[in-house]
Write a protein that binds this ligand. Structure first.
Ligand SMILES: Nc1ncnc2c1ncn2[C@@H]1O[C@H](COP(=O)(O)OP(=O)(O)O)[C@@H](O)[C@H]1O
Ligand SMILES: [Mg+2]
Length: 268
């Protein structure tokens, strides 16, 4: 929806923003540029107001916010000050044909690119009917998406609830996860790359949602297969050893389901 751009800071604007609630919510954590990015998203009527923090990670923070039609939103803001981040994400960008010719010189630009990558990955998955939040907009280091939760409370992550669930539900969740894993590869032509109990939400009625798709890579990425195997192993390890499910398929059986789509890729 938006291209990256540098924000021109007008002193009068800055003063006006400083009077707003927005500044109070995010001021201590973010630099002026990030606050202005949020302000721009508000001016463009994507975000009406920012609410409390949902999650504070090393590399990003996620906030609850509201749209102009009062729909809850999740706003993921990447921290532009994390230097370790840089090294970690380069391997996902270099080698992906979508980022050919990219020279990683400026950390801030790299993070803007990372944000755009997450938006595009999410969009590709969403368009392929993968159960991810609906991507809404991105600008610089800010990604706006559908909020997954009820009454301002996000749905729990699989890691947070599996202990309280019936074995029958866990079996269903395992099948649903495999379904999404196959869809991500066969329909979205991507691999998630960080699929685990920490990036799967459990919806009531028993359904799931997959989140955190920034590191997903294209089928053409040279490490595509390694990431795919790693995702399968992570999921299987969790369900077999943490959950104790005896219906976990072996790696080969899961791969058999995916292989037909990988063959098509070589022909086409
Ligand atoms: N669309 C969303 N709706 C509700 N909560 C979300 C949403 N996206 C992320 N979260 C919450 O924010 C946390 C961090 O988001 P995530 O994308 O996994 O980033 P990271 O793990 O890199 O910090 C998630 O574990 C979840 O609790
Ligand atoms: Mg995560």
């Amino acid at each position: 929806m938006f291209e990256d751009f540098d924000i021109y800071i007008d002193k009068r604007d800055l003063k006006r923003i400083k009077d707003k609630d927005l500044f109070e919510t995010v001021e201590e954590v973010f630099d002026t540029r990030t606050v202005l990015t949020l302000y721009t998203l508000m001016r463009k009527k994507i975000i009406k107001r920012m609410n409390g923090v949902i999650s504070a990670g090393k590399e990003s923070r996620v906030y609850l916010a509201y749209s102009y039609s009062d729909e809850p939103l999740a706003v993921k803001i990447y921290l532009t000050s994390t230097a370790v981040f840089r090294k970690g994400i380069l391997k996902y960008i270099m080698g992906d044909p979508r980022f050919q010719g990219f020279k990683p010189s400026d950390t801030r630009k790299l993070i803007y690119m990372w944000t755009r990558k997450e938006f595009r990955n999410m969009k590709r998955m969403y368009d392929a009917d993968v159960k991810v939040p609906k991507p809404i907009a991105f600008l610089n280091n800010v990604l706006v998406m559908e909020f997954l939760g009820e009454d301002n409370k996000r749905y729990p992550l699989l890691i947070e609830v599996y202990n309280e669930l019936e074995l029958e539900d866990l079996h269903r969740i395992y099948s649903l996860v495999l379904e999404e894993l196959v869809k991500i590869v066969c329909r979205a032509r991507l691999v998630h790359g960080d699929l685990s109990e920490y990036n799967i939400m459990v919806r009531p009625g028993i359904d799931i949602a997959i989140i955190d798709v920034s590191q997903a890579v294209d089928l053409e990425h040279p490490n595509f297969y390694d990431f795919l195997i790693r995702d399968i192993r992570n999921i299987n390890r969790f369900f077999r050893y943490e959950v104790g499910l005896d219906s976990v398929l072996d790696e080969e059986t899961v791969l058999e389901r995916i292989k037909p789509c990988l063959v098509k890729r070589k022909e086409g």
